[in-house]
Write a new protein. Sequence first.
Lengths: 108, 112
Amino acid sequence: GIQVEQSPPDLILQEGANSTLRCNFSDSVNNLQWFHQNPWGQLINLFYIPSGTKQNGRLSATTVATERYSLLYISSSQTTDSGVYFCGNGGSQGNLIFGKGTKLSVKP
Amino acid sequence: NAGVTQTPKFRVLKTGQSMTLLCAQDMNHEYMYWYRQDPGMGLRLIHYSVGEGTTAKGEVPDGYNVSRLKKQNFLLGLESAAPSQTSVYFCASSRAMNTEAFFGQGTRLTVV
């Protein structure tokens, strides 16, 4: 079945630093989404990005469907960016197939 | 606009007890899903529905049942809870297949 690999699994940053999170896919990319799971467990939609590039404030994402990967960029990180970042790719049942996440800790 | 709302937020069950988790969405979405999230893992699909009156099995359906009697509601039932069902459960909805999904706030279930 479709596999989604996220890297790195863990990331520790100093406040103000930039970072890049990556998702690789074993199959074609469709319905790609990025989420932030905050320390309270809520899943927050960041980007719906099956292809191309989008930006929202300090965050941006790029999906290169032909090469089966997506990148999430976080610039000038803040402590509130801490949490786990998930990417999900569309499955055959209309669902999302998730990676195991990248745990980000931003230190003040 | 509430989006996707799950009830309850927390629950502790004894082994063998039953319960129902309720998911309600106000976006008129056709597709609804139930996922479970276990430590160190992403979300895994339990059951899903492509419209009112329809349900189908996902990746990890054993021990769960679902119903979609109304378009806006998707219920997840545990008939006889087991400790292996201790998890965080998320409901999601989307307008159609392979469109943006929106998630509820999650239900933390502990089975003792």
